[in-house]
Design a protein around this ligand. Structure first.
Ligand code: FES
Length: 328
């Protein structure tokens, strides 16, 4: 069993690793290969898994693993630098130079590959990272697969050599769709021609929203599995008011105004709550709900879990009753 450490800021176990190799993979995209500093094998993982990357500033970001599934000596991630983003990707590109030592979480997986006779993968931009690991698994299993990979231009496609080599040696087909010359993928036709396939998509929100709508329209909604790197846009209805949150463990009651999250309101009141993505995609801020009606805005909970109504992600989800009582 792999040795793990406990991070000071995060309850999940971690590996201490060194950046072994940094490579430019496409315009703005770099891959980072990590190896354990103590030589102890890393935890195993499955396609779709991601790890928390603990950056020098204390920021934690999640990135999908996209290396060799059988390699317990190293992990690989790839990161698109978003200059006007929240700062995590810029710090990764600036600070994670070869030789840097950091902690990364053990792999977690909310985007699992299910068994299917054939697969259609649709990737947009940096969404190729979990999809690449899935293709490797499906190709190794000898199953037919097709990848439709969209990006801004030809210079923005990453890992093309690996993808092309997989397509050439297995039952694979790849369509690159550079937006500047080819526009967008023809989703209605792709959905129509993929009956019986498992359909997996990772990429920008509008791509996944459009694919989800098309799958639903063609009565294929249950065949689709997606992973969001960004949360669905949360629209606070005009006139939506504030609500109250009572915390039973800390004995604090706060008012959550329409323009702040529950997490922010609680922290402002001096209650320390662990968080990581703050986008409803990692589960770190999951909180037990004792009473009240929840407006779930995360990308993690299943419909059954939402219906049960006993947990919520307080970084993005809100109340649709005047008061929530939470076990914090
Ligand atoms: Fe990641 Fe809330 S901090 S789901």
């Amino acid at each position: 069993m792999a040795a793990t450490l406990l991070s000071s800021t995060h309850v999940a176990p971690t590996h201490r690793v060194r950046v072994e190799r940094v490579r430019d993979e496409a315009m703005g995209i770099r891959s980072f290969q990590f190896v354990p500093v103590d030589g102890v094998p890393l935890s195993g993982w499955k396609p779709g898994a991601h790890v928390d990357v603990h950056l020098p500033s204390g920021t934690i970001r999640q990135y999908s693993l996209c290396g060799d599934l059988t390699d317990r000596e190293s992990y690989r991630i790839a990161v698109l630098e978003i200059v006007d983003g929240r700062g995590g990707s810029v710090e990764v590109h600036r600070e994670l130079t070869e030789g840097a030592v950091l902690e990364i979480g053990v792999p977690r997986n909310d985007f699992r590959l299910q068994d299917a006779p054939a697969y259609l993968f649709i990737a947009g931009g940096i969404g190729i990272t979990p999809i690449l690991a899935m293709i490797k698994e499906v190709a190794a299993a000898g199953k037919p697969w097709r990848l439709v990979y969209g990006a801004r231009s030809a210079a923005n496609f990453a890992f093309t050599e690996e993808i092309d080599a997989l397509a050439a040696t297995t039952w694979g087909r790849v369509d690159y769709v550079p937006q500047d010359t080819a526009g967008h993928a023809d989703l209605p036709t792709l959905v129509k021609n993929s009956v019986g396939h498992g359909v997996y998509c990772c990429g920008p929100g509008p791509l996944m929203d459009a694919l989800g709508a098309e799958m639903t329209k063609q009565a294929r909604g249950s065949d689709l599995v997606i992973e969001r790197f960004t949360p669905p846009e949360i629209v606070v209805a005009d006139g939506a008011g504030s609500f109250e949150v009572e915390l039973t463990e800390s004995g604090v009651t706060v008012t959550v105004e329409p323009d702040v999250s529950i997490l922010e309101a609680i922290r402002d009141a001096g209650v320390d709550v662990p968080s990581s993505c703050e986008m409803g995609i990692c589960g770190t801020c999951e909180t037990r709900v004792i009473s009240g009606d929840i407006e779930h805005n995360d990308s993690l909970l299943t419909d059954d879990e939402r219906d049960a109504g006993d947990v919520m992600m307080i970084c993005v989800s809100r109340a649709c009753s005047p008061k929530l009582v939470l076990a914090r």
